[in-house]
Write a protein that binds this ligand. Structure first.
Ligand code: NIG
Ligand code: FE
Length: 411
């Protein structure tokens, strides 16, 4: 009589990479502290013991003492600039505000001058440097806007620079055409001519050349009024762009309601969001509120977006840097999370959602980015944080130690 054979351990499958020893992996798998990765995707998240029983890894990363988080997603950035605007800090100290600086030919117009003077190669090098700064702070995917070119030639150059810099750095990018950032100086006497140019030439050409998937407009006094914003966004929608909108930063002109009406992906800033705007967002629950809490800090603005009211109304949201030379010169999403926690009163879990999955959803990437669940892209960061409660607690220092895109470390 033969003895019953002892049950065989289940066969282990191969995996490219096992990340273990983290102080926690923030996905939806409860209690996970390890990740198994193959072909750039998360195979499984779980405890180290579970994953070692199931997988034979080709490579391992010992993440002892570090917190594993999804790669950060920055859903609102303006990286296509060629020079900083540090001198504006002094003008501001003299008492000039953001719109007065712009009216002086400073602000956005001075960034436009610098972009127009730069060659495509020079601008690409600037954007790549910006992407590397973002990556060092944990951003693995970003939305990147043009908007300092303001002519077909210079918007095209900006978007091409964004794509070239993405290829050079490994930043995963969704590009947005912000040719309606401001009316350029040469069209100040006839802003309608610029609007014609936007709708009849710039938007169609950029779309035709597949340089941008979304279009954005700055609806504000001194930029575009509501009627111009409507014409631009309706044309962009007709051409198949996703819509993103800058609105209610200093004046509530109705841009939020317009964004809801046109089913935009997001409407961002909202520091002076009106009750009507909030109601429209709460009714829709589809248009993301883009929270940019470093901006009012940077501009010494007293108002903050009413984030608690938006979240209570179940409006989908994200938290972004708004990285740009004039109103938010930070490439760091951990810093944006800090301001979100201080100024917007977000919890650490809400801030993390804002810089990961909430942001991914606003970009149409909610099925692949921003979480570390099976099937998602293996974009993750290892942070020197004892636990999630410490995300955005410290400021002025970078907690991100290691950054991985599709299972490969960026160096
Ligand atoms: O999102 N508000 C408009 N545009 C940017 C600022 C651009 C700039 O000042 O260069 C923003 O804050
Ligand atoms: Fe912006």
């Amino acid at each position: 009589m033969s003895e019953a054979a002892p049950p065989r351990p289940p066969e282990k499958g191969p995996c490219d990479l096992l990340v273990h020893g983290t102080g926690g992996i923030m996905g939806t798998v409860e209690g996970a502290d390890a990740l198994a990765i193959s072909d750039g995707k998360v195979l499984a998240a779980g405890t180290e013991a579970e994953l070692r029983a199931r997988y034979e890894p080709a490579h391992q990363v010992d993440a002892h003492g570090l917190l594993g988080l999804p790669g950060f997603v920055d859903a609102h950035t303006h990286p296509a600039f060629a020079a900083g605007r540090a001198q504006e800090f002094d003008w501001r100290a003299e008492g000039l505000d953001y719109l007065e600086i712009a009216a002086r030919g400073g602000g956005i117009h001075s960034s436009v001058r610098a972009v127009r003077e730069a060659s495509e190669e020079e601008l690409t090098a600037c954007v790549a440097a910006h992407f590397r700064r973002m990556q060092r702070h944990g951003t693995t995917t970003c939305e990147a806007k043009s908007g300092y070119g303001l002519s077909l030639e210079d918007e095209r150059k900006s978007l091409r620079a964004i794509h070239a810099a993405a290829a050079a750095t490994g930043m995963q990018v969704r590009a947005t055409c912000l040719a309606a950032h401001m009316v350029p100086l040469e069209h100040q006497e006839s802003p309608d001519r610029y609007l014609d140019l936007l709708c009849e030439e710039i938007l169609p050409a950029i779309r035709e050349e597949q340089l941008a998937e979304a279009a954005d407009v700055f609806i504000e006094q001194g930029a575009f009024d509501l009627a111009a914003g409507r014409r631009y966004l309706e044309r962009a929608k007709e051409l198949g762009y996703g819509l993103r909108v800058h609105a209610d930063q200093f004046h509530a002109l109705g841009g939020v309601q317009l964004a809801v009406e046109l089913e935009a992906e997001s409407v961002d800033h909202l520091e002076v969001l009106s009750d009507a705007g909030l109601e429209a967002l709460a009714m829709s629950r589809k248009v993301h509120a883009g929270l940019l809490p470093a901006v009012p800090h940077f501009l010494r603005q007293a108002d903050d977006a009413p984030a608690r009211r938006l979240i209570a109304a179940e409006v989908p949201y994200f938290v972004a840097t708004d990285f740009n030379p004039g109103s938010s010169y930070t490439a760091s999403l951990p810093e944006a999370a800090h301001f979100a926690r201080i100024r917007l009163r977000l919890s650490s879990a809400e801030a993390l959602h804002g810089i990961t999955h909430g942001a991914a959803c606003s970009l149409g990437l909610g099925q692949t980015k921003g979480r570390l669940d099976p099937g998602f892209d293996a974009d993750f960061v290892l942070c020197e944080l004892p636990d999630l409660a410490h995300l955005g607690y410290g400021f002025g220092e970078n907690p991100v130690q290691r950054v991985f895109v599709a299972g490969r470390e960026l160096r």
